[in-house]
Write a protein that binds this ligand. Structure first.
Ligand SMILES: [Zn+2]
Length: 210
């Protein structure tokens, strides 16, 4: 489903995968579970694209439902893999739950890859990273927050290695210019993404620094 011009949502069995058109080719945000590659590849083919149109997979983090399908996606597309420095070892090992993959592009906070800016937002995992599509004002947030009933919610604490740090990472997003928030679980919040983040922070009682 196209959610913004050149941005497509592919529903995986557990998590969302996004396909983004950039000036340097197509980018996938995450690769879903080990069972998701067939639906990702069939979606790409429905758009009339060859698998080789996918140049890069940007990982938000290394959990099974985001990186489990990575190996097969890479084999079928030849895409390179990018992840934050603090997530690389988990991606290589597959966390003992999926086939690990080598990371080709090791990211640091602030790096720009094909027009997508990496924003390191640790807490859910050490190297959790959001990607800001600066031309569209679209922020891909991984598991930093999820959508439910039209609102954004903090990831359940039991799923995060450091929930307090995750909360500080959410607050830090307000330094950036974005209008859409595209989470890995639930629906994208279009146009009012910034308000949704602000509302969540107020609900959590986080002091806003603006
Ligand atoms: Zn996760």
């Amino acid at each position: 489903m196209q959610v913004l011009e050149g941005v497509y949502l592919i529903r995986g069995e557990v998590s969302n995968v996004y396909l983004v058109r950039t000036s340097g080719g197509y980018v996938l945000i995450d690769a879903g579970t080990p069972g998701d590659p067939p639906r990702i590849l069939s979606y790409i083919s429905q758009l009339g694209l060859e698998p080789s149109a996918i140049r890069l997979v940007l990982l938000t983090h290394s959990h099974w439902d985001h990186a489990g399908g990575l190996k097969e996606v890479v084999l079928r597309t030849g895409a390179r893999v990018a992840a934050h420095r603090d997530e690389v070892n988990y991606v290589r090992s597959g966390r003992g739950r999926y086939e690990g993959v080598e990371v080709d592009v090791v990211l640091e906070d602030g790096d720009d890859v094909l027009g997508l800016k990496a924003i390191h937002t640790p807490g859910h995992t050490p190297g959790s990273t959001c990607y800001l599509d600066t031309s569209r004002g679209a922020l891909f947030v991984g598991d930093l927050v999820y959508e439910e009933g039209g609102a954004l919610r903090e990831m359940l604490h039991k799923y995060s290695v450091d929930p307090e740090m995750n909360r500080r990472s959410i607050a830090r997003l307000l330094k950036y210019d974005f209008i859409h928030v595209l989470p890995s679980h639930g629906n994208p919040i279009l146009n009012s993404g910034r308000e949704a983040i602000t509302n969540l922070l107020k609900e959590l009682g986080v002091q806003l620094e603006l």
